[in-house]
Design a protein around this ligand. Structure first.
Ligand SMILES: O=C(O)CCC(=O)C(=O)O
Length: 444
């Protein structure tokens, strides 16, 4: 197993790559194989794709106890651990000439394999698991922020749980959604830089753009946190209801229900159709790549913790999940569910899959006695409209606009990407008001 890393320029947030035509070394926003490095000793880095070497010396100071306490107070427990060691590239001035004055880099763990290996998985099977999207420090900082919201809203959560306990297991139930506990105007995106850092991961963005075959992508809603409670029901409520099988946005949800926005009426679906059909008139027939789901585990996903159930390969099927899948309770390996599987992967990894894939959350299977935590995200080409015109994506973007501390903690590259992908308007363009607010905050 390799300990691959990415090198992030201190001044621009761009990533160091080898293999550019001009001079070998270069800087770009998103990362394919040529951006992956590994240490050879204390001061030599080797490019995992090209074998090129650069020398690097430690520089800068890690936060001292006082500064660490300030960072933790601002962004939640453990945030100071996210500040990584910096390195200055040294040596051959011709080799470094393409970098101008961008010679100081921080390191970030990279996924365990080269980006092209994950893309090959996606092309072959429509899904892959990307490791190290979040470091243990990122996971624990995000968890601390979510727990703070839960503690503040403990009574509300207790009411939600009591309601859930009174009914049988049903997919998408027995889940705590911390977002729904929060007050108006609050947003996780504005609380800690960790969320943006995870969502704007330079390897996952490269993978998604490459698989979808577009340069412009965006999140179709504000990422949701989902906490699947342990399956501890007894008596009548321990029954399992049929259902839960679906495909993700923008594709038809099931054979019976075309629109993800069915509760909002046909107008919303017409707007979605209008955003896609000029390019792909027959898009509902599931022939084109129009969406990916990226679900990042914040606790381990295993069969015992209730990992998502999939019919892998179903992204190639012509129709949405058929009636029979949702007609009887799911028993993996039996009857209409004979091909149902669960994928295991550890906290900090994400499963990235084609949105056409049939899948279901299985609340009845979390027999671990613990909660299963995840950040659920959906990404589409920018021309595909958001899941809803005005929803928590807009609310969280508004909160992000005021989160000046978070802006200062992100790199210019991360800021550009979050403005484009999570703070965009109905036409998929970054909102000017938020761009202006962020620029003003950074000048202060
Ligand atoms: O929580 C899960 O296991 C499944 C989530 C899901 O259905 C989705 O992301 O669309």
């Amino acid at each position: 197993m390799h300990d691959y890393i990415l090198l992030v320029s201190e001044s621009t947030g761009l990533h160091l790559c080898d293999g550019t035509k001009e001079s070998g070394l270069g800087l770009r926003p998103h990362c394919d194989d040529n951006f992956v490095w590994e240490w050879e000793g204390d001061s030599s880095l080797r490019n995992a794709a090209t074998g090129a070497r650069v020398r690097a010396e430690q520089c800068g100071e890690r936060p001292g106890p006082k500064q660490a306490a300030e960072i933790d107070a601002r962004f939640g427990a453990g945030a100071s651990l996210l500040v990584s060691q910096k390195y200055r590239l040294v040596g051959d001035s011709q080799q470094l000439s393409g970098l101008a004055d961008q010679l100081v880099f921080s390191t970030r763990p990279a996924p365990a394999r080269l980006p092209s290996a994950y893309l090959a998985d996606l092309e072959k099977q429509g899904w892959t698991v990307v490791e190290n999207v979040m470091s243990p420090a990122m996971v624990s900082n995000l968890t601390a922020n979510i727990n703070a919201v839960r503690e503040k809203n403990a009574e509300k959560e207790a009411r939600v749980k009591a309601d859930q306990d009174s009914r049988p297991y049903s997919s998408n139930d027995n889940v705590i959604r911390p977002r729904s506990l929060m007050g108006e105007g609050e947003s996780f995106l504005g609380m800690t830089p960790t969320i943006t850092q995870a969502l704007m991961h330079p390897v996952s963005l490269w993978l998604i753009e490459s698989y979808l075959g577009v340069d412009d992508i965006h999140y179709c809603q504000c990422p949701g946190f989902s906490i699947l409670r342990p399956a501890e029901k007894t008596g009548e409520s321990a029954r399992v209801m049929p259902g839960g099988w679906h495909a993700d946005y923008p594709y038809p949800l099931t054979s019976e229900t075309e629109a993800h926005t069915y509760r909002l009426g046909p107008e919303e679906f017409e707007k979605l159709d209008a955003s896609i059909s000029p390019r792909f008139p027959d898009w509902k027939r599931r022939k084109h790549r129009l969406g990916m789901q990226f679900n990042i585990a914040l606790t381990d996903f295993t069969p015992e913790t209730g990992a998502t159930q999939f019919v892998l390969g179903s992204h190639e099927f012509d129709t949405p999940p058929p009636t029979e899948l949702n007609a009887v309770p799911t028993v993996a390996g039996e009857g209409p569910h004979k091909d149902v599987v669960q994928m295991s992967f550890p906290a900090g990894s994400g499963i990235l899959y084609d949105s056409r894939t049939y899948h279901r959350a299985p609340p009845e299977l979390n027999i671990s006695g613990k909660e299963r935590w995840a950040m659920l995200t959906c990404i589409v080409p920018s021309f595909v409209r958001d899941l809803r015109a005005r929803d928590d994506k807009v609310e969280s973007a508004d909160a992000f606009a005021n989160a000046t501390d978070v802006h200062a903690a992100l790199t210019p590259r991360e800021l550009r990407d979050v403005l484009k992908m999570l703070c965009d308007d109905e036409a998929g363009q970054p909102r000017r008001d938020i761009e202006t607010a962020v620029a003003a905050a950074l000048q202060r």
